[in-house]
Design a protein around this ligand. Sequence first.
Ligand SMILES: *[C@@H]1O[C@H](CO)[C@@H](O)[C@H](O)[C@H]1NC(C)=O
Ligand SMILES: *[C@@H]1O[C@H](CO)[C@@H](O)[C@H](O)[C@H]1NC(C)=O
Ligand SMILES: *[C@@H]1O[C@H](CO)[C@@H](O)[C@H](O)[C@H]1NC(C)=O
Ligand SMILES: *[C@@H]1O[C@H](CO)[C@@H](O)[C@H](O)[C@H]1NC(C)=O
Ligand SMILES: *[C@@H]1O[C@H](CO)[C@@H](O)[C@H](O)[C@H]1NC(C)=O
Length: 538
Amino acid sequence: MQWQIQLLLVVLLNGLLLHAKDLQECELVKDGYHVCREIESFDQLNQYVKNGWQSVKIVNEHTGIEITHKPMPNLAKLIKLDLSESGGLTLGKQGFRQFELLQELNITHCQLEELKEQHFSNMRNLLSMDVSYNDVQLIGEQLMSQLPNLIYANFSNNLIAEIEPNAFKSLKKLIFLDLTTNEQDNVTIGENANLRYLSISNNNVRDFHWCRLRGLPKLEELHLHSNWLEVLDVGIFYHLPKLRVFNVSNNNIYDIKPNLFMGPSEVAITPLELLDYSSNNVKLLDDNVFYRLNNLRTLNLWFNQINKISAKAFQGLTKLESLHLQGNKITALPDHVFANLTSLEILDLSRNALRQLNRETFGNGLLGKLWMLDLSNNNLEQLHPLALSSLPFLRELRLRRNKLTTLDIRMFAPLRRLQLLTLSENRLEEIDIDILDSFDRLTALEINNNKLTYLPVLKSSNYLAQLQQISIEGNPWQCLCLDEITAWLDTRQVRYARPSSAYYSGRKPLCVVTPMEQCIRDLNSVRAQGIVESYEQI
Ligand SMILES: *[C@@H]1O[C@H](CO)[C@@H](O)[C@H](O)[C@H]1NC(C)=O
Ligand SMILES: *[C@@H]1O[C@H](CO)[C@@H](O)[C@H](O)[C@H]1NC(C)=O
Ligand SMILES: *[C@@H]1O[C@H](CO)[C@@H](O)[C@H](O)[C@H]1NC(C)=O
Ligand SMILES: *[C@@H]1O[C@H](CO)[C@@H](O)[C@H](O)[C@H]1NC(C)=O
Ligand SMILES: *[C@@H]1O[C@H](CO)[C@@H](O)[C@H](O)[C@H]1NC(C)=O
């Protein structure tokens, strides 16, 4: 019995091996670019490579690749080598010495534990090296100095804890250096005259002084998200005068110091365009904290603990286009706080604890670019009727999940360009005919889950001429009123039913049957009849 099973195994294994061997081949994918399968060594590869081949990718499913010690003249002409699917790499003594003209090397997912300098000793032409997803622990100075022409170096997803002092100093052309997801707890990259992009995100970096980055005078993007930073040193532009993108999201930073963005006084325009400070512990936005950022386009402050914003917190941000403040603890906004943000296009204040919006929150002037305002998930009970009068260009207004009981026509009358309005999950009992009349460009309206029992007479009118979509369920509609509404929506071919929702699948009621013979459009009678209450009891 046992020998039978063994025989079967042998037959099966042979089958697999034969299969694997059979698959060994190279095919042309497009001009000069070849994919070679089941290659066990560079020696084998050398036998396939012909004159005129430029780029090879090795795809191994059944084997890794080993590097043997023989002359391989055909490999010396390759420009690109991709070993990311080679199934693991054993570099032997030779390493990549044969690849004298190679410009692009991809050794991601190769199970490498170290990068030895002798393996890369003949690669002066290398421009791009991707070492992501290995187990490398150290970047050596000797190794890097052999790659003087490198432009792109990606070491993400390794175990790099140590970088030798000035390992990148002699790489005069390096532009991108990615150290995301490693084990760095200190900033030790030393000098590099040309570097534009640096990421040390998702490491264990703790607080440090900007002078540790002063050797990077051309740095434009610095990504430090997902580390253990608590305090940022002041005067960032003294050391990084060209910084355009700065991401410190997902750390434990508890404030934004007024002098953080300080730089030499002769620099009139600070270059920063994007600041991502989201998911930290900032509590207060003080006056003038962003004052110097006169080129900033995007400011992400979502998911901090902000509970106080000073009236002049955003002063100076004349080019700001999008401001994200969602997921904080803001209960009130000072007058004029957004007044000077004349380039603002998107403002997200959702998921805070705002109770009201004042007349002067957006100032007296015009915010002529603002088209998206998100106020959903707050505690808004009151909106000053003129609170949005500075925003006539709004196209999207989101007010879902608040505590609004009434809407004022003075609020909506200036919003002639509104296309999307969400009012769902509020406490509205009535929507005035004049308000509906002002929605002449609206294409999508959400009024579900309020306390509406009827809408004004729609039949003979031209209201909501552009409407394509509306959500109405979850209101205590009088059934007769709802019939009228749906008939009107049907003739106008407006979508309203969401078949997957509990309301349209019969699990929750869509309306209340009343003893009256017609749709009652009078709030006092509706209240007298207790329609809302009887709906809530169903
Ligand atoms: C290296 O290969 C991986 C996997 O195929 C790919 O995702 C990555 O973009 C490549 N790197 C470069 C620099 O092209
Ligand atoms: C480095 O590689 C990682 C993983 O493939 C990739 O997500 C990242 O975008 C690369 N970095 C750069 C700067 O291209
Ligand atoms: C970071 O490295 C520098 C120089 O290598 C050293 O002086 C400093 O003490 C280190 N900081 C930490 C927190 O290890
Ligand atoms: C900043 O880092 C976070 C990760 O915490 C990431 O989600 C976000 O996209 C980054 N922002 C930019 C602008 O790259
Ligand atoms: C808006 O700008 C004017 C003129 O520069 C200035 O006087 C005022 O203090 C600014 N207001 C706010 C709230 O930033």
